[in-house]
Design a protein around this ligand. Structure first.
Ligand code: URA
Ligand code: CA
Length: 433
């Protein structure tokens, strides 16, 4: 087989066989196919797409390019959740202990964040002593014992995707739905998920800015999952404004604690109950979404979800006393209010720009090598649709430096206030099954 013939085939809009797809992925991973040929290939995919079968084959070839995690020693159906980016997305911190508390095993492999704010591991590390450097054996033991554990990403998970993503990044081929879908799904499958709940964001802060693209990405991923024997569903949710109020690592841990206590922001709680109910049903711990939601609501009101978070944190070395006393989390030196200069209604809180403001404070990484400040970030005082009076606070800025003029300027330009009433955007837009 020759790579040039396969490039030509894709260039001319034909579908590759499984054998041909495996030849491409295997050859590229091993270095037998050079970047210039792979670049031409990804550009051909960008323009001509892939059939359903090709997408499934491409995904599984990437899964098989490296290590896969064997979770068969964990009892029950392992359901993973994936959100496609977002700003201040605190759902994983809430969902992991929440669904675990009703008996769904959560064996989560997570990464660190790049850009906007930290990843799940960064956030959890704002709890003093918490660590994810545990052996696979300990990981499995903890999930069987507590129903929830988080481990750092294995170095050799989907190496084909790692290499291909870096290439796509510099050849203008990131934004191809079959390539994004296979990239995301390969990582979830390699990490051992039996079933997958996807939260595909749409709006200003999301990867998919418009609804049509978000739907297309969601149904492509659902098809791939089903095609390779993983029960998969997706929810399309709004990311035109940040989720919840908090953006920043320790601030989001506090927000997750509040939500598990039943005092969280309404949108964060609603998204967690929606995604959580789907996870509970896929794990066969309830037969209907209504029953699943009731189980989760009870776990919040009777304290078992919060207890599950405590056990999870302390089992991995974390100081669980932060749950009863969140002031033990890292605190920024300054809390500065951003004051509204006019009255009216909030019509826009541009999520990606807010994410960048949090990054300027040090809450996110500009490059892989940057260190992050776990204490800093933003707490929104208003959301889209809220009424605001002149002189009221729009945002509390948590900073470790005093001069935050640059951050204020960015925040003011990303929040619009108009004189007429504004309706809050719909959070849960559609289910894709
Ligand atoms: N996230 C991924 O993991 N892969 C993509 O291709 C795009 C976003
Ligand atoms: Ca949040």
């Amino acid at each position: 087989m020759r790579m040039v013939d396969l490039i030509e085939k894709k260039r001319d809009g034909q579908a590759l066989t499984n054998e041909e797809v495996c030849f491409v992925i295997d050859g590229y991973t091993k270095g037998n196919i050079p970047d210039y040929q792979m670049s031409a290939f990804t550009m051909a995919v960008y323009f001509n797409g892939m059939t359903k079968q090709e997408r499934a084959d491409f995904t599984m070839a990437m899964v098989n390019s490296g290590d896969t995690i064997d979770l068969s020693e964990i009892e029950g159906i392992k359901v993973d959740k994936h959100s496609t980016g977002g700003v201040g997305d605190t759902t994983t911190l809430v969902l992991a202990p929440l669904v675990a508390s009703v008996g769904v095993p959560v064996a989560k492999m997570s990464g660190r964040g790049l850009g906007h704010t930290g990843g799940t591991i960064d956030k959890l590390e704002s709890v003093s002593g918490f660590h994810v450097e545990i052996s696979n054996k300990e990981f499995i033991q903890l999930v069987n014992q507590n129903k929830v554990a988080v481990i750092g990403q294995s170095g050799n998970l989907t190496p084909a995707d790692k290499k291909l993503y870096a290439l796509r990044d510099v050849t203008a081929t990131v934004n191809s739905i079959p390539l994004i879908a296979s990239s995301i799904m390969s990582k979830k499958i390699a990490a051992g998920a039996d079933a997958i709940v996807l939260d595909v964001k749409t709006g200003a802060g999301a990867f998919m800015k418009n609804l049509e693209d978000a739907k297309d990405l969601a149904s492509t991923m659902v098809d791939i999952g089903k095609n390779v024997g993983r029960n998969t569903m997706a929810i399309i949710s709004d990311m035109s404004q940040p989720l919840g109020f908090a953006i920043g690592n320790a601030l989001e841990v506090k927000e997750a604690i509040d939500t598990l206590k039943g005092n969280g922001p309404a949108d964060l709680e609603e998204l967690c109950l929606t995604l959580g109910s789907q996870m509970v049903v896929l794990a066969k711990k309830a037969t209907t979404l209504e029953d699943a939601r009731k189980l989760l609501q009870d776990a919040i009101s009777n304290g078992s979800a919060l207890q599950s978070f405590k056990t999870f944190l302390s089992s991995q070395g974390g100081d669980a006393s932060v749950i009863d006393d969140p002031s033990r989390l890292p605190q920024a030196k300054y809390q500065i209010e951003l004051i509204a200069e006019e009255e009216g209604f909030i019509s826009e809180i541009e999520a990606d720009s807010i994410g960048t403001a949090a990054m300027l404070l040090g809450a996110g990484r500009a490059t892989k090598e940057s260190t992050i400040d776990l204490a800093v970030g933003l707490v929104l005082r208003k959301k889209i649709g809220d009424k605001v009076a002149k002189g009221e606070s729009l945002v509390t800025i948590h900073s470790n430096f005093e001069n935050v003029e640059e951050v204020k300027k960015r925040l003011l330009s990303s929040m619009k206030i108009i004189s007429s009433e504004v309706k809050a955007p719909k959070l849960i837009i559609e289910n894709i099954i």
